[in-house]
Design a protein around this ligand. Structure first.
Ligand code: ACO
Length: 328
């Protein structure tokens, strides 16, 4: 015992710093990173009290996402603190009976057994393929009800939403309208990222509603994650493009929306929407519009917006950015 042991700060540790998240891939070096948020797991202060040199490990196999947890420390303040409570806070948000605690060899055996039978989703769920830095990736779209195995993978990976998206909470699995877009490395089968999306019935106007033969929907991107080791390489853009294109080609979907985008996602969305508009000669068309008293014809804007299935607020932002760009 030294004198610092009597100070509370000696025993107070930041849960954001002391929770270490890792992805393991056989014999390759383990990739470790820190979470952005831990308040949904360890409370609003994001601190854990009572331990010295606390280390909370949360590891995943990079293909099957099989989770592993362990808690280590060098000293406890007194007998009132219990590492099992720390562990419970974490396992509470992991899939029940589908994680390994402490026993690494048991975890490795579980991964090996699962990898032996692992298969990417059926071809019928594939929405696109793309190449980045010479590697091939593939994107699938599945409802939770369409594969028990990928439903299980979603239960394993969903903790990433708590760790990396502010204000996130788990989706309701019993809602049939959720569709998940998954991005995988085609050869290694490493999971690169995923997005949860939701379809809302779009009512339109009452007269339209009466005459409409098929139902129409507004689709929403809800939770969007590129796993940390794969960020800033272009996967975020590729996944977004594949979601947008899937919905653009679906006549039942009238509008693409995003739930509470953060700054990074807004940026990703703007860059990709502008690129898409440019490819469709939007800038030229906008340039040909003659503003009347400083305003561009509203019905043209409205037509163009619905043609590209963009949300009002997002489309206004894009028009504004385009006008600034054209003025240069
Ligand atoms: N070399 C260098 N930089 C590159 C390359 C490359 N080959 N490719 C892209 N970049 C840059 C982009 O220009 C961009 O730079 P900028 O941020 O300075 O504009 C940056 O990398 C990110 O672009 P992408 O690589 O396409 O996107 P990424 O794969 O990193 O995904 C995302 C972005 C989704 C925000 C990811 O970082 C993430 O999952 N973050 C944590 C969770 C999160 O915030 N999710 C969104 C919440 S909002 C919601 O869910 C609706």
């Amino acid at each position: 015992t030294d004198t610092s042991d009597f100070k509370p700060e000696t025993w107070t540790q930041s849960s954001n710093e002391h929770l270490k998240v890792s992805l393991v891939d056989g014999d390759k070096p383990v990739i470790q990173f820190s979470p952005q948020f831990t308040y949904p797991i360890f409370g609003t202060d994001e601190t854990i009290f009572g331990f010295k040199d606390l280390l909370i490990h949360l590891a995943f196999d990079s293909v099957t996402l099989t989770p592993f947890v362990n808690v280590k420390f060098s000293a406890k303040m007194d007998d009132s603190v219990d590492e099992r409570k720390v562990l419970d806070s974490l396992t509470r948000v992991l899939p029940a009976n589908d994680y390994t605690v402490k026993d690494e060899s048991q975890w490795v055996n579980k991964i090996e057994a699962e990898r032996r039978v692992f298969q990417l989703p059926d071809e019928k769920f594939k929405v696109c393929e793309y190449t980045l830095d010479g590697e091939q990736f593939v994107v699938y779209k599945l409802k939770l009800s369409e594969s028990d195995y990928f439903k299980r993978l979603h239960r394993r990976i969903q903790i990433f939403t708590l760790l990396f998206i502010e204000g996130a909470s788990y989706i309701d699995e019993n809602e049939p309208n959720w569709e998940i877009f998954w991005a995988f490395n085609k050869d290694t089968h490493n999971c690169v990222g995923y997005a949860t999306t939701y379809k809302y019935w779009y009512y339109g106007s009452a007269s339209e509603f009466d005459t409409e033969k098929s139902h129409r929907y507004r689709s929403k991107i809800s939770q969007y994650i590129v796993l940390p080791p794969y960020q800033s390489k272009g996967h975020g853009s590729k996944l977004y493009q594949s979601i947008y294109t899937t919905w653009f080609q679906n006549v039942q979907i009238v509008e693409v929306t995003v739930e509470d985008p953060n700054e990074e996602f807004d940026d990703l969305r703007d860059r990709n929407d502008l690129k898409m508009l440019e490819e469709n000669k939007f800038f030229e068309a906008l340039n040909e519009q003659t503003p009347v008293e400083g305003f561009i014809d509203d019905s043209w804007l409205q037509r163009t917006r619905t043609q590209f299935k963009l949300e009002k607020r997002q489309f206004s932002r894009l028009v504004e950015m385009s006008l600034l760009h054209l003025q240069k």
